[in-house]
Design a protein around this ligand. Structure first.
Ligand code: FE2
Length: 372
């Protein structure tokens, strides 16, 4: 028979969650901004991560007509940024798709611009629809196409414009809720708030310098983010298809997956956000996995189903769904002849330097959990 410690015995006597006020005057304590920790200890020190974030899928068929309607009703100039935010149903309307990550859909109509500004939240874009609109970051301009992944580092001047003849819609991803939780926000507009920043570099300058296995000799780049502005989906898809054909570099949990990296460090493209693309093969059903990162998926191609924290989400191209912290997730592609490609971004880089990151796989059949 196990011998219990005196502390555990005392806890048992006090009852579950110990609501023993010990006769203290809680009203008086409250006026002095004091409270016994033992009354709320079990709420804070949970055995495993606890989150108010819930799994949810923002369906493109719901979002697309509504952002286009916003395009008819409000100009980009009036809105400054014409974005429909993706709100997590667990956050009571606070801006955030998870507790650390903001996401939303942004629309720029032909001929419009979104003027230059900068902020300390790091940002990424993934093009959902449209061809040839541009983003300029720190003097470098890039033309964007579906699936392209564009980074905007902390405090970098950026603006957008659409010189094409079709609407441009992209998914925004920012670490804004994390920055707000730290009360560390800074934001600034260039000039009078309607300016386009001067383009000082050649088109796709950073891709030509850094995305070909080269680096300029005596390079002075010292940012803690990737120097590459735009990671082309055509490149991503070619690499995923090559990996899939080779049959290697795959995992039971993630299918055929690649990480977007800073080529100078091998680490994530942004200091607070990691990004990935994964191809799930026709008919594949991935093994359940969970980690302490919160994560957003965006469907670049195909259709399928994910079970996240026991909730089944059906998704198709253009949809964006979230996987909360420490919830088991698994994906399935129903089609026998077409793969699915998921883009995802997560807050793991915030957790890893502080030893907060954990990951587990679930072995089907035995139900055993294994640390990864
Ligand atoms: Fe911005």
């Amino acid at each position: 028979m196990a011998i219990e410690s005196p502390r555990k015995e005392a806890r048992k006597r006090a009852g579950p969650g110990s609501k023993n006020t010990a006769g203290l005057d809680l009203d008086e304590l409250r006026q002095l901004w004091l409270k016994p920790l033992w009354l709320v200890l079990s709420d804070a020190f949970t055995a495993e991560p606890n989150t108010q974030i819930v799994p949810y899928n923002w369906r493109w068929k719901d979002v697309r007509p509504r952002i286009l309607e916003a395009g008819r009703r409000i100009s980009a100039e009036e809105a400054e940024r014409r974005v429909l935010m993706y709100l997590n149903p667990g956050l009571n309307g606070a801006p955030g798709a998870t507790q650390t990550l903001f996401s939303g859909i942004q629309l720029i109509m032909p001929g419009e611009i979104a003027p230059t500004h900068r902020h300390v939240p790091s940002a990424l874009r993934v093009v959902v629809e449209g061809n040839g609109a541009y983003t300029t970051v720190s003097g470098e301009k890039t033309l964007m196409h579906p699936g392209d992944f564009v980074t905007t580092p902390n405090w970098a001047w950026h603006d957008h414009g659409n010189e094409s003849d079709e609407p441009m819609m992209w998914l925004d991803g920012l670490d804004m809720p994390f920055v707000l939780a730290l009360n560390a926000m800074f934001y600034e507009e260039l000039g009078n708030g309607y300016e386009i920043q001067p383009v000082t570099k050649a088109l796709d300058d950073s891709q030509l310098r850094y995305n070909r296995g080269f680096r300029p000799h005596d390079d002075r780049f010292s940012g803690n983010y990737s120097p590459i502005l735009n990671y082309r989906y055509t490149d991503v898809r070619e690499t995923l298809d090559t990996m899939e054909r080779a049959g290697d570099a795959t995992s039971e949990e993630e299918g055929v997956m690649l990480d977007y990296i800073n080529p100078l460090t091998g680490g994530p493209t942004l200091p607070t956000i990691d990004a990935h693309a994964q191809l799930i093969r026709p008919g594949e059903h991935t093994r359940a996995v969970r980690d302490t990162a919160s994560r957003l998926y965006h469907v670049l191609d195909g259709r399928g189903t994910s079970v996240i924290g026991g909730v089944t989400l059906e998704w198709e191209k253009g949809d964006t769904f979230c996987a909360p912290t420490w919830m088991w997730r698994e994906h399935q592609v129903a089609s026998a002849d077409a793969p699915a490609v998921l883009f995802s971004f997560d807050d793991a880089p915030i957790q890893k330097p502080f030893s907060l990151y954990r990951k587990q796989a679930l072995h089907q059949g035995s139900g055993k959990q294994a640390d990864l």
